[in-house]
Write a protein that binds this ligand. Structure first.
Ligand code: NI
Ligand code: MN
Length: 228
């Protein structure tokens, strides 16, 4: 399958079916595509922050994709007039050839509403999903947690997409610990260098991970692809 990094936490995975994860394009200073260029069968949304929910509703309206997320976000998306499938943490479901399972993520989830109050968007999550016989883990925005060991033990991970930006999520040191717990074959770092606040050197992260674990780190610039 072909995996294209959309910048920040956004990925397009093209295999037996097409999956978008956290398609944040509008307002993303490192984006290389337009929302109307993107289409998918499934759109996975990890939590209700603007840099993850992003353009999911617009893209789903354009291409008829189904948004898969926690109940609260799926409900919000349904109200916007798009197809959405509600799930919750620990649950899995099949969508055609793809199996999706929701994992915990230590983060927040809310959208500022028109009245200035925060609209609650449920628990944030990560995703384990299978595509073309490979198992992929997109952690969402999260801090390090010990149950990542369980995720890796129960679902041998071919590819882990992990944040390294710090401030809002794991930084590179905790992401290295995450790799030791998850034991994926390949890691693609995400959620860094979108803004100065989350500036990181992914080459340093790659060096440390490849020195201390058997995992291989693939660094993608926004718009670049990797064949898994
Ligand atoms: Ni967030
Ligand atoms: Mn974020």
């Amino acid at each position: 399958m072909k995996i294209t990094f959309l910048g920040h936490a956004g990925f397009l995975l093209e295999g037996e079916t097409t999956i978008l994860v956290d398609p944040f394009i509008t307002g993303n200073p490192v984006a290389t595509v337009k929302p109307e260029d993107l289409s998918a069968d499934l759109i996975l949304v990890s939590h209700g922050h603007g840099d993850h929910l992003g353009d999911a509703v617009t893209i789903a309206k354009n291409c008829g994709a189904t948004i898969v997320s926690v109940f609260e976000i799926a409900n919000y998306c349904s109200q916007q007039g798009v197809q959405a499938h509600p799930m919750h943490i620990g649950g899995s479901n099949h969508f055609g050839p793809v199996k999706v399972k929701l994992t915990p993520a230590w983060h927040g989830s809310g959208l500022p509403a028109d009245d200035g109050k925060m609209q609650y968007m449920g628990n944030p999550c990560g995703f384990i999903f299978t595509l073309d016989g490979k198992t992929i883990y997109h952690s969402g925005d999260t801090g390090l947690f010990g149950d990542m060991e369980l995720i890796g033990r129960l679902h041998p991970i071919d590819l882990a997409l992990l944040p390294i930006g710090d401030n809002f999520t794991m930084g590179p040191e905790d992401a290295l610990e995450a790799v030791k717990l998850i034991k994926p074959n390949i890691v693609i770092p995400m959620h860094y260098n979108t803004w100065p606040l989350i500036a990181q050197d992914p080459q340093e992260f790659k060096k440390d991970v490849e020195k201390e674990t058997p995992a291989h780190v693939v660094i993608l610039q926004p718009g670049e692809s990797y064949e898994l």
